[in-house]
Design a protein around this ligand. Structure first.
Ligand SMILES: [Zn+2]
Length: 584
């Protein structure tokens, strides 16, 4: 039997097992006990905080005939069938996956019929913010006149992308990040159950690295276990999680403290290109600065809490004035606010880096101040800030949230230095024989594949996604040019993808071709144009390759034209569906 990741095996099966969301699970249990459930729920919150687990438990509890205190029994046929995902009346749809549109088409066919095996039909729509406008409209109509005994549970990490008209028709629950202590307790519990010895400190390191997500915590634990011999030790956990973070942050903060902007920007770039997400990095930096302050006040307490502190950290804490650290914290939390609604977080982080290095340097400059003329260095710094500010204003002006514009801007801004050679011919070769099924197969196992990779490989692949696949090749698009370049050269990683994929998808072992996300729409477009006999001609039915490719297009990236097709399709699909629902 294939190896099952911990987060799958240890998925909670009862409301009381959902860690860190007591208020929510209690409310849901009460609703079930009092039979006062709503016909639509919205579960929001960061990834790995228990949204879909709670949704499945809810589906079981409301349908279980032996439910006690609002909890499912998990033993009856209904419960077991739902757990195993084979009860027809509980339908899970992943709006982010390629087949989201198709599966939502099923709502038309199925919602109008009464549940067949269970009392309630439950639709769990994950990553619901990814639905197209047409699908949202259709969903809204269904929510306005909900069929009897049908319950919708919508889950999302990005509630701000959901139309208010939908939100107002749901009962909303905000799942919060899980506290480190809760995560540590849960990991400890699991390790005891599976009989693996551990050092308590290791769990704190993992808990902290997981940043409030249980699924991440379990994945890291998985890796740490496979990395350790017999016992999960603090050193193992540091190796798997911390080494990158702490050492790199040591370097970054040191450079900021000494005012070495260029070096700091360089470290920043390598941190981001290793796959670290800007928001998380900012949080880490804030924690790091807080730790610096804490170390100055109570070194022993901190050492106990964090585990082992690097020499560099200790030196920094001893040499940096508290006032400077406060200044840095101010800049960092301002930046945190700035990036809340942007998708160009990296640029803000670059600006923050320049500010950090400058702010820390300032007091020194003033105290040594003899000449009023700014030094060459300050001039360079100011130039850098001006340059970055200009980029920012431009981005704001051009509508930072416009989705199509971002990747291009972001890539241009962060890596204007090097231009990557995209292997166009190889991509065409894959597209020539690409099918939707191949891509679906890859997408379905992508998460599992990532779990099988090493930490660094996973970090690299995290900001990437499979965009096309055929029998012999797989095209992966990377968010950042610099990561893409690295992936192109990383034969070991490519081999790992090749091998692991063949394990996950029945002997399917395609070659991996790396491109940037920025280049993908163009590549796809030019491939299509090349394959048309006369320019402007619509692809027709008797060209199988084009059909496949077109299919792939309609369900993929939100290129405007393509998106409209999806919307049209969905409207056409749902218009009819709703008439039928009402008539019933
Ligand atoms: Zn049951």
């Amino acid at each position: 039997m294939a190896y099952q990741a911990l987060y799958r095996v240890w998925r909670s099966q009862r409301f009381d097992d959902v860690v860190g969301q007591k208020a929510i699970t209690q409310t849901l249990k009460n609703a079930i006990i009092q039979k006062k459930t709503s016909h639509a729920y919205l579960f929001t919150g960061p990834r790995g905080t228990g949204k879909t687990s709670a949704a499945k438990i809810f589906a079981k509890a409301i349908n279980c005939k032996h439910s006690v205190d609002g909890e499912p029994c998990n033993e009856c046929e209904t419960c077991i069938a739902i757990t195993e995902g084979r009860l027809n009346d509980v339908i899970e749809i992943d709006a982010a996956s390629n087949n989201g549109v198709e599966e939502i088409r099923d709502i038309r066919d199925k919602a109008k019929y009464a549940p067949t095996q269970a009392e309630y039909k439950v639709y769990i729509i994950d990553e619901v913010h990814m639905l197209s406008t047409g699908a949202f409209n259709a969903l809204l109509k269904t929510l306005e006149e909900p069929p009897q005994n049908v319950i919708f549970i919508l889950a999302t990490t990005e509630p701000h992308k959901i139309p208010l008209t939908i939100i107002s028709r749901t009962q909303r629950f905000d799942f919060k990040r899980i506290g480190t202590q809760d995560i540590v307790d849960h990991l400890g519990y699991i390790l005891k159950q599976i009989d693996v010895d551990f050092e308590e400190q290791a769990l704190y390191v993992i808990g902290r690295a997981a940043e409030g997500g249980m699924r991440d915590a379990l994945s890291i634990l998985d890796q740490t276990i496979s990395f350790s011999d017999e016992k999960v030790t603090l050193t193992d956990a540091m190796q798997v999680t911390g080494s990158l973070t702490y050492e790199m942050m040591d370097q970054y903060i040191s450079n900021c403290v000494t005012g070495d902007v260029e070096q700091a920007l360089e470290v920043l770039e390598s941190i981001l290109s290793s796959g670290k997400e800007a928001r998380r990095f900012l949080e880490d930096l804030l924690l790091y600065c807080r730790d610096l302050l804490m170390f100055q006040q109570a070194p022993n307490l901190l050492a106990e809490k964090v585990g082992n502190l690097t020499q560099n950290f200790k030196e920094l804490a001893e040499q940096t004035a508290a006032e400077k650290i406060y200044q840095m914290i101010q800049i960092l939390s301002d930046t945190q606010n700035d990036i809340r609604f942007t998708n160009n977080a990296n640029i803000y982080l670059e600006v923050a880096t320049v500010k950090l290095a400058k702010s820390v340097r300032k007091p020194v400059e003033i105290s040594n101040e003899t000449q009023p003329v700014p030094t060459e260095e300050i001039a360079t710094l100011q130039q850098q800030i001006e340059h970055l500010q200009k980029e920012l204003t431009e981005l704001k002006k051009n509508g930072v949230t416009a989705k199509e514009a971002e990747p291009v801007k972001a890539t241009r801004a962060t890596s204007s230095k090097n231009t990557l050679r995209i292997p166009t011919e190889l991509v065409y070769k894959v597209l020539n024989e690409a099918t939707k099924d191949h891509l679906l197969n890859v997408k379905n196992v992508w998460d599992d594949l990532l779990q099988m990779m090493s930490v660094t490989q996973r970090a690299m692949l995290k900001a990437s996604e499979p965009v096309a696949a055929g029998p012999n090749g797989l095209v992966i698009a990377f968010e950042y040019e610099i990561v893409c370049g690295r992936a192109m050269e990383d034969e070991e990683m490519q081999l790992a993808v090749h091998n692991n994929l063949s394990r996950l998808v029945n002997n399917y072992a395609p070659d991996m071709i790396c491109i940037t996300k920025e280049s993908w729409p163009k590549l796809r477009q030019s491939f299509i144009s090349q394959n048309k006999e006369t320019p402007g001609e619509q692809p027709n039915e008797d060209r199988p390759v084009m059909n496949e490719e077109n299919h792939l297009l309609t369900e993929d990236e939100p290129a405007e034209e393509v998106n409209n097709q999806v919307v049209d399709e969905a409207i056409a699909m749902f218009g009819e569906a709703l008439v039928e629902v009402i008539n019933d």
